[in-house]
Design a protein. Structure first.
Length: 235
């Protein structure tokens, strides 16, 4: 897994559909690639549950789903840098936070409805992870996923997996750190000039405090509280 690019091992389902025409020529059709992969396979998506294939929503197919959530304010900061790096956004963070809050930023907005779609789906073959919990105890999260997919690993294997999946390793390993995507964005001119950042940036919990005003933070907290009332999920 250190040698094979992550995007070749885990197909990003809708990737080809969100690329610009100029960037799309650098990548194969990800939907076709996912369809051609032999089973068992791992497919990544950022789509809400309501946009997953009909076979899943109708329960005629019952694949295992792993849903990962993160604090909304940290997601907002992450997406701000993501869009500067890959899509040329050159506005202020305050502007980005406002449009994110209103549900008009990025491909997968509105964020809170997106998260809600999985928690209220009543889909049974699913497990939920929180980014903050993975950062706190990655080995526990590995054990949770292993149990869910019915794989057994010894302590030594879990130690090796934890090292491979560490944020530090993601930053430094070319097959994991999305270097090619960044180079394509720079080539086609969709990256914000002089961005000077990497796709794998900080990975910190709570970095939002360095960006949010008190007023905007309170607005996001209100949304988080509404999400908790509807789903029981505390971001």
């Amino acid at each position: 897994s250190k040698e094979v690019n992550l995007d070749d091992r885990v197909i990003f389902l809708e990737w080809i559909g969100i690329l610009s025409e100029s960037a799309g020529k650098f990548f194969a059709d990800t939907i076709d690639r996912a369809a051609d992969q032999p089973s068992p396979r791992i497919i990544k998506t950022h789509l809400p549950f309501t946009m997953l294939p009909d076979q899943i929503r109708s329960r005629s197919k019952n694949p295992k789903l792993i849903s990962v959530t993160r604090n909304s304010r940290d997601v907002c900061v992450s997406m701000y840098h993501h869009w500067k790096l890959l899509d040329g956004f050159n506005g202020t963070f305050d502007l980005w936070a406002e449009i994110f809050y209103e549900g008009y930023s990025a491909y997968y907005s509105p964020f809170f409805k997106h998260i809600e779609s999985y928690y209220l789906s009543q889909y049974e073959n699913i497990t939920f992870l929180k980014y903050e919990e993975m950062k706190k105890d990655l080995k526990h999260s590995i054990a949770q996923v292993s149990s869910f997919v019915q794989k057994e690993y010894c302590n030594e294997d879990i130690e090796r997996l934890a090292e491979h999946l560490s944020f530090k390793n993601f930053q430094s390993t070319p097959s994991l750190n999305k270097t090619r995507r960044v180079k394509v964005a720079e080539t086609v001119g969709s990256s914000c000039p002089n961005q000077g950042s990497a796709f794998i940036r900080k990975g910190q919990v709570g970095d939002w405090v360095n960006y949010f005003s008190t007023e905007m933070s309170e607005k996001f907290v209100d949304k988080e509280n509404q999400l908790f009332l509807s789903t029981g999920l505390r971001l």
